[in-house]
Design a protein around this ligand. Structure first.
Ligand code: ADP
Ligand code: MG
Length: 484
């Protein structure tokens, strides 16, 4: 079969997947293709009785008419518009309409050729995206208002750099505007003494670990220092990963705590001073007495010297223990293998124990357990407690020493088979000068509790009268990251 060119054009027109129409210069449909009929739901006959403008949605029609007139007046030769067409069923069909003039051989316009590209799916996605963006923007806006009005200080950071400070935050750091701080590192606000904490929290954030609450010392714009407490949570700010920190000023609370601690310290000092005076007065009285006696007797007796010497010795012991008590504030921490320390103490005390019919039975792991501590102070604690254990077993017995690991802590238990401690006396342990021994100082346990406390550990005691006592010391093990 031989097809003419016009037939071919007709065929292409009718079978195109894009909606097409030939429209008169007045706007009437002259010819429409199948795809256009399908696109807007009218059949060919119906469309041919309609006007181009009548299928355009009312709101868009005016603009479209203008373009159409420009075409008809030959001001332009083609135009592209995105318009909503109305489907026969009433729904909107988004179309990209390309309309162009068609000319005869003489160069006169004879009709318009219009193509309708269906862009409904794209348009709907675009609209949905716009809607989501608008909702997000609205949410961000309400969050911003909330943060601005919040009486708590809010700080938003990205990679440790300040991006936003609310009014309360500015008030807290005594700054008039955020400008000085925006774009600077939080290191500038947090005091250098807490930079370690800050870095640790940044590390946790990077590893997706929970950051929890924190206390910082902060430096204000006017040079004052304050204390804050707060929490940080991961968030998104301006489309990027960020951290929102919410803080409150605890400077007053901290000062109050310090005042209380100070008065507590003062009362302990008073207690100690009274105790020391009392403890030293006795040996001094007897020294005094013997010197007077020696003076009247005119001749010296060795025996009196012995007594004077013994009394001076007891003054010395009290003074030494008191000095130890003062020491924890200047302790020097080093990386220490607690197993070695315990071995040395046991070697040191074994002889003394054997002399008193006691045996030390120890069980500890072979490999090193590293603590960050002052080894001499920890040794002092073990010595005090083992010494007490020996002294509690008048008829001899066993002292069991066990070293085990419980999570991030090393537990050292020292168990004796001695006289035990009556329940009502348990809370007296650790109080200065509480002793039940004739030659005791009542300072050993107080010093020990202090040392353990200064090392971030704890000490507990369980005791059954006539059966024995167990002291358990718990000390934090060094984190593996700090070991090397
Ligand atoms: P000191 O040993 O000089 O008396 P400490 O502070 O070491 O002072 O001990 C205080 C008191 O606690 C002791 O006098 C004793 O009554 C009691 N105590 C301590 N350890 C034991 C123990 N293992 N068994 C029984 N009592 C103990
Ligand atoms: Mg003691």
């Amino acid at each position: 079969m031989h097809l003419r060119q016009a037939d071919l054009i007709d065929f292409a027109f009718n079978h195109a997947s894009i909606g097409m129409a030939i429209v008169s210069l007045e706007g009437r449909f002259i010819q429409v293709n199948r795809a256009l009929c399908e696109l807007i739901g009218y059949n060919e006959r119906e469309l041919l009785s309609m006007n181009f403008m009548s299928i355009i949605q009312h709101d868009d029609a005016e603009e479209h008419r203008e373009c159409f007139n420009q075409l008809a007046c030959r001001e332009v030769e083609a135009f592209h518009t995105e318009k909503r067409c109305v489907h026969k069923q009433g729904q909107m069909v988004w179309c990209m309409i390309v309309t162009s003039l068609v000319f005869n051989e003489k160069g006169e316009p004879i009709f318009l050729f219009a193509q309708f590209h269906d862009i409904t799916a794209n348009k709907l996605t675009e609209l949905a995206q716009k809607e989501v963006a608008a909702v997000l923007k609205e949410k961000e806006e309400s969050l911003r208002i909330l943060m601005e009005e919040l009486p708590l200080a809010v700080l938003i950071t990205q990679n440790g750099v300040c991006k936003y400070l609310n009014a309360a935050a500015l008030e807290l750091i005594e700054a008039d505007s955020a400008e000085r701080y925006l774009g600077t590192s939080t290191n500038e606000i947090v005091d250098p003494c807490d930079h370690e904490k800050l870095h640790e929290r940044r590390r946790k954030y990077r590893h997706g670990e929970k950051m929890g609450s924190v206390k910082y010392k902060v430096n204000c714009y006017n040079g004052d220092t304050k204390y804050v407490e707060g929490i940080s949570i991961p968030a998104t700010y301006c489309g990027e990963r960020a951290v929102i920190g919410v803080f409150q000023d605890i400077t007053e609370r901290k000062k109050e705590e310090e005042r209380m601690l100070h008065s507590e310290k003062l009362s302990i000092c008073g207690q100690l001073a009274a105790g020391v005076a009392h403890e030293i007065r006795n040996p001094l009285t007897s020294i005094n007495g013997f010197i007077k006696l020696m003076r009247t007797l005119k001749h010296e007796k060795d025996q009196y010297y012995d007594i004077i010497e013994a009394e001076l010795k007891s003054i010395e012991i009290i003074c030494n223990e008191l000095l130890l008590l003062a020491k924890p504030s200047v302790m020097t921490r080093t990386k220490t293998d607690i197993v070695r320390v315990l071995e040395q103490v046991i070697a040191l005390m074994s002889v003394q124990a054997t002399l008193k019919n006691c045996a030390i039975v120890a069980a500890y792991p072979q490999e090193a357990i590293w603590l960050s501590c002052d080894p001499n102070q920890i040794k002092q604690v073990f010595l005090n407690i083992i010494k007490n254990a020996i002294e509690a077993m008048h008829g001899g017995g066993n002292i069991h020493i066990d070293l085990t690991i419980h999570g991030e802590y090393a537990h050292i238990s020292i168990q004796d088979e001695g006289c035990g401690i009556p329940p009502d006396k348990l809370q007296m342990l650790g109080q200065p000068f509480y002793t039940t021994k004739e030659s005791g100082t009542g300072l050993g346990l107080m010093v020990s509790y202090n040392i353990i406390d200064n090392h971030g550990g704890s000490m507990s005691v369980e005791s059954v009268p006539d059966q024995g006592t167990t002291f358990t010391i718990s000390l934090p093990i060094m984190e593996s990251a700090d070991l090397y």
